[in-house]
Design a protein around this ligand. Structure first.
Ligand SMILES: C[S@@+](CC[C@H](N)C(=O)[O-])C[C@H]1O[C@@H](n2cnc3c(N)ncnc32)[C@H](O)[C@@H]1O
Length: 225
């Protein structure tokens, strides 16, 4: 998996590689991420400077579809996304990734609600919950291993738009229990929360981010799960 700028952080048991560049280009180059599952949070409109809401919506759904299409049939794609309010209307990112999954031929495995703030907290622009939503073409989870569909506390978040550590643990455990994939890819890795949690649970991790600063953070973040 070649990339213009690769940072490797070998750890005792699990490997981490962070590629600095555009995730869309990188995913297209990989074609299929053999042996891997994906956990990611696609960037919000506020993170793609200059795009209007309609352009961002098209970009987001195309990026979600490409991410799911790049995940192998025996892997899962898990999104952690927080709804936003724009011009008085809610934008449901859970529905957006669900539309992308349908186009990519993947089925819904779970749809959890993760509380980023205590239930009852009033918010203005960004919901107090996030969707943790998983899709696959071939994986069918065991009914004997049902897990909670509400995660009451997202856990530590290294940055404002980061994925909570408890949500990362839940997603990584799903991959460990329900798939044979042992590498986690986060194509929009930000602080590297997913990568650090995956490594702490013994999974190899590959991250991509456009920002060199985020790539440095993602290389260095350590979290004990
Ligand atoms: C929602 S944040 C990810 C947060 C991350 N899950 C965490 O726990 O910190 C989205 C990230 O996508 C990155 N990004 C935006 N556009 C990108 C692109 N085209 N390719 C790769 N990364 C991109 C941003 O720099 C940002 O770090």
């Amino acid at each position: 998996m070649a990339s213009p700028s690769v940072v490797e952080s070998p750890s005792a048991n699990a490997r981490r590689v962070v590629h600095c560049g555009d995730a869309i280009t990188w995913l297209r180059e990989q074609k299929v991420l053999a042996g891997a599952s994906v956990i990611t949070s696609l960037p919000d409109v506020s993170e793609l400077g200059g795009l209007d809401i309609a352009s961002w919506t098209s970009w987001f759904e195309a990026a979600a579809e490409l991410t799911i299409a790049s995940t192998p049939d025996d892997g899962v794609t898990i999104f952690f996304q927080s709804d936003i309010r724009h011009a008085g209307l809610w934008i449901d990112k859970g529905a957006m990734v669900a539309r992308a999954a349908e186009r990519a031929g993947a089925s819904l495995l779970f749809h959890k609600i993760v509380c980023r703030k205590s239930p009852g907290t009033l918010t203005i622009g960004r919901a107090s919950y996030s969707h943790l939503i998983g899709f696959s073409r071939d994986v069918r989870p065991s009914l004997r291993r049902t897990t909670a569909d509400v995660i009451a506390d997202a856990g530590f978040m290294p940055g404002q738009k980061s994925m909570g550590v408890n949500a990362c643990i839940d997603a990584c455990r799903f991959i460990l229990n329900e798939t044979t994939t042992r590498t986690v890819v986060d194509p929009f890795c930000g602080f590297g929360t997913v990568l650090a949690v995956a490594n702490s649970l013994g999974l190899d991790a590959i991250g991509v981010d456009l920002s060199a600063k985020m790539c440095r953070r993602a290389r260095n973040l350590e979290i004990g799960a």
